[in-house]
Design a protein around this ligand. Structure first.
Ligand code: TZP
Ligand code: MG
Length: 211
C-alpha cells in the first residue's frame, strides 16, 4: 500500500473499533457506518481474539477504508506487516519504536499511547508519527489507568509538534472541553462502538469537531 502519511496531519477524528467494547456488534457494521464519512483514522484494537481471528478481521476492516482513511492496527506488528495497513499503534512498554520502524519502514505511520509529558517528548524524539494522550477522563476501555485530566493537554500542545490525539472517555458531551483545553484532534472508542445509533453519534461528534 502506498504511504498515506500526508493524511495524518489533516486528520482530526480517530475512531477505535475495540473488539471487547463492541461486544456482539459485528465490527464490519460499525466500520461501514464511519469509514469514508469523515473519519480520518480508523484503528482496529483487539485484546481478546486469537491471532488468526485478528488477522482475518484486520484484513476485512482494511477493505472498508477508502483512500482518504488511514487504517491502523493496534499492538500487532506482524499483522500490520502482513496486511500492509497504513500503520501501527502501540503502548508504553510494548515494542520499541526503533524496532517497529525497522520492520515497518519509513512510510508507515507509527503511533504511541502516552500518559505524561515526558512520555510524549520521548515518543516525539524517537520518531513517532503521532501520539495518543490520555486517558483524559476515566473510561471503562482502560479501567486500570488514572485519568490524566485536561491540564496535560495544554502542556503537550506547547511542547509537542507531531499530531496528538486526546483519548479516553471523550463523547459529545465533553468534546468541547477538550477542544477548549487546546486539543485539535480526538480519538474515540466507546462513545461510537457502544452508541445506540452509531450514525447519529458519529455525525454529532464530527459536526462539533469541525464547527
Ligand atoms: N487509551 C487511552 S483511553 C483508551 C485508550 C486505548 C480507550 C478509548 O477510550 P474510550 O473512552 O473508549 O473512547
Ligand atoms: Mg499494546
Amino acid at each position: 500500500m502506498k504511504s498515506k502519511k500526508g493524511l495524518l496531519k489533516k486528520s482530526r477524528l480517530y475512531v477505535i473499533i475495540d473488539k471487547e467494547t463492541c461486544e456482539r456488534r459485528p465490527l464490519a457494521d460499525i466500520a461501514n457506518k464511519i469509514t469514508n464519512k469523515g473519519v480520518g483514522i480508523f484503528q482496529y484494537r483487539d485484546k481478546v481474539s486469537n491471532k488468526e481471528t485478528v488477522l482475518r478481521n484486520a484484513r476485512a476492516l482494511k477493505k472498508s477504508c477508502d483512500a482518504n482513511t488511514l487504517f491502523i492496527v493496534n499492538d500487532f506488528l506482524d499483522v500490520a506487516k502482513i496486511i500492509d495497513c497504513d500503520g501501527l499503534h502501540f503502548g508504553q512498554g510494548d515494542l520499541s519504536l526503533k524496532l517497529a520502524r525497522q520492520f515497518l519502514g519509513p512510510n508507515k505511520i507509527i503511533g504511541i499511547s502516552c500518559h505524561s509529558l515526558k512520555q510524549a517528548i520521548d515518543a516525539q524524539n524517537c520518531g513517532a508519527d503521532y501520539i495518543g494522550v490520555g486517558p483524559i477522563f476515566s473510561t471503562p476501555t482502560k479501567p486500570e489507568y488514572k485519568p490524566v485530566g485536561l491540564g496535560l493537554i495544554k502542556a503537550i500542545s506547547k511542547k509537542i509538534k507531531i499530531p496528538f490525539f486526546v483519548i479516553g472517555g471523550i463523547n459529545r458531551n465533553n468534546l468541547n472541553s477538550v477542544l477548549s483545553a487546546g486539543a485539535k484532534r480526538v480519538a474515540i472508542c466507546s462513545a461510537i462502538c457502544k452508541a445506540k445509533n452509531i450514525n447519529r453519534e458519529f455525525t454529532n461528534i464530527r459536526k462539533q469537531l469541525y464547527s
